[in-house]
Design a protein around this ligand. Structure first.
Ligand code: GH3
Ligand code: MG
Ligand code: MG
Length: 533
């Protein structure tokens, strides 16, 4: 089963870094593009407003001026009609007029003498009735407490019958329609305001008063933005009307004028969000496609490091770098596995060989210290053992004795019964002697038909007793050595000596004693008396 669990990504993993990088770069790009788009939309709209407002203003001024001029002409004709300008004549004229909704006959001081038309309209108390001027021009007329319209006044100075002022009040709808028609679709209103900033005709405006001082600050005719007295944030611009001290103002709510920018911002935000999410998702997909095989590989590498060679990573069908890497990895793994198996097999073989060698060594070592015929320790082992025993007895201060035994007339027995019988006798005597000694004693074949016993912790007397015991055991035994089944008897001579601190003297003393035993007629034990020769 391939190992393909998806582990939680650590924060500093390659995948997180790539996704974060894509996210940040997409976000930054979107931010820059959005900023540029918003800026250019804003610039475009500002340009349009900057271009449009003056055009609208000039058109409005011209329209108002020509409308006023037309109205003045009409009023002039009424004034110059020749007849008595009484109530009836005014009513007749009003019925024919499309521009006026009321006529007032005023005293030269401005007091209303008579009026026809719309009831409730009253001339403003502050009518501008410049002395000496025939045309008194545009006037403000209140139609109720807080609404006003415009009128035009002309002096009837030359007429005896109606000495005073003729004031005509415009139909508000007339100017209103005029101003409304000038709008350009930027949500703007075209207003007519008097010199104090009061809105006389508002083409759809809600404001009552315009901050004229701000609009004309330092004679700057550029577009201003301000909060009007209806509490609306507006963009506005004013130019003098050229009649009285009035102004034409164009005003557009900020929200309406820049609605396209807001809509662009909204759309851009949604698009940005989609782009960022899409790219982040793609980055996640791509990263997973790259990082997952790498993770699987690194997992494999980690397992190799732990000594596991039994895994095979599923190879991708693609021929890209990852595919190549995976295939190479699996090749490497297979080779490692093969090598590992070879090494293990060789190791088993080696262990086996080692075992054999160890056994052979043990046998060899045993052989090197054993006499092949009697299976007793050999001369060489005896010498080594003696060295150890000397050291030990010196340390513990105990006696150490040696018995050398030599079979009597062995040559004759050999000659009589044959070499094989001689060998058998050697084996039987070895066994007999071995049965006579203690575990702590060492019996060895010293050479030819000679044996040696190293009796530990035994003094000369003890060794003599042991020698005597051995001698008697052999002397009393009859041996059957060949097919003739004839019992044969034999004897041994023995020399006994005790270690006195000198190894050479130790041997010499034992040897000497044996020689004496032979000289004394054999089959006897001679104990070293310390006398040389
Ligand atoms: P003595 O009583 O004085 O010891 O006389 P001996 O004949 O025993 O002594 P000698 O030293 O003259 O003879 C020893 C003989 O032991 C000579 C040799 O043929 C025989 N011999 C030595 N080693 C072996 C052996 O391994 N097997 C056999 N069968 N004979 C051996
Ligand atoms: Mg001998
Ligand atoms: Mg002998």
């Amino acid at each position: 089963m391939p190992h393909s669990h998806l582990r939680r990504q650590p924060i500093d993993s390659l995948a997180t870094k790539i996704i974060l990088f894509v996210f940040v770069s997409t976000f930054a790009t979107a931010l820059v593009v959005s900023w540029i788009s918003i800026q250019s939309t804003h610039a475009y709209l500002s340009g349009m407003i900057n271009q449009q407002f003056p055009v609208t203003l000039v058109r409005a001024r011209n329209a108002v001026q020509s409308w006023v001029a037309g109205s003045a002409g009409e009023l002039e004709r009424i004034a110059d009609s020749g007849g008595q300008l009484d109530q009836a004549a005014l009513a007749k004229a009003l019925a024919r007029s499309a521009r006026f909704e009321a006529f007032f006959l005023l005293t030269p001081e401005g007091a209303v003498r008579s009026a026809v038309g719309r009831v409730g309209a009253t001339p403003a108390t502050e009518l501008r009735l410049d002395a000496g001027a025939k045309h008194l021009g545009l006037q403000r007329i209140f139609t109720s407490a807080d609404t006003s319209t415009t009128g035009y006044a002309t002096r009837l100075a030359s007429r005896k019958q109606s000495h005073g002022v003729l004031l005509g009040a415009f139909r508000p709808q007339g100017i209103h329609t005029l101003l409304s028609n000038l709008r350009n679709g930027l949500g703007e209103s075209v207003l007519l305001v008097d010199g104090t900033g009061h809105v006389v005709h508002g083409g759809g405006a809600t404001a009552q008063k315009i901050p004229l001082s701000q609009l004309n600050a330092a004679g700057d005719p550029s577009i201003q933005d301000y909060i009007n007295d209806a509490g609306v944030h507006v963009l506005g611009r004013a130019i003098p009307l050229g009649l009285a001290d009035w102004f034409v103002v164009v005003e557009s709510p900020f929200d309406v004028a820049f609605a396209p920018v807001v809509s662009v911002i909204k759309r851009i935000f949604v698009i940005d969000l989609c782009i960022i999410l899409l790219f982040s998702f793609l980055a996640y997909k791509v990263t997973t496609a790259i990082v997952k095989p790498i993770e699987t590989l690194s997992d494999g590498a980690r397992r190799i490091a732990q000594g596991q060679f039994d895994l095979e990573i599923p190879e991708p069908t693609t021929h890209d770098e990852i595919g190549l890497l995976t295939r190479t990895f699996n090749d490497m793994m297979r080779k490692l596995r093969r090598n590992q198996m070879e090494i293990e097999a060789k190791n088993v073989e080696l262990l086996d060989r080692n075992d054999q060698l160890r056994q052979a060594n043990e046998v060899l070592e045993q052989l090197s210290i054993t006499d092949g015929l009697t299976k007793l320790h050999n001369h060489r082992f005896f010498q080594d053992h003696l060295t150890r025993e000397i050291k030990r007895v010196q340390r513990v201060n105990k006696p150490l004795s040696m018995i050398i035994a030599d079979i009597d007339d062995f040559k004759a027995l050999n000659d009589r019964l044959g070499h094989a019988a001689g060998d058998e006798l050697l084996r039987r005597i070895a066994r007999l002697m071995n049965d006579s000694i203690r575990d702590s004693d060492l019996l060895a074949r010293y050479g030819g038909e000679e044996f040696v016993v190293l009796a530990s912790d035994t003094d000369l007397g003890g060794a003599e007793q042991l020698a005597e015991k051995i001698r008697m055991a052999i002397a009393e035994c009859s041996f059957i050595l060949d097919e003739s089944l004839r019992p044969t008897r034999t004897t041994v001579s023995m020399g006994v000596a005790q270690y006195d601190g000198n190894r050479k003297r130790f041997f010499a003393a034992a040897d000497r004693s044996l020689y004496r035993a032979k000289a004394a007629g054999k089959n006897c034990v001679v104990v070293d008396d310390g006398e040389p020769g």
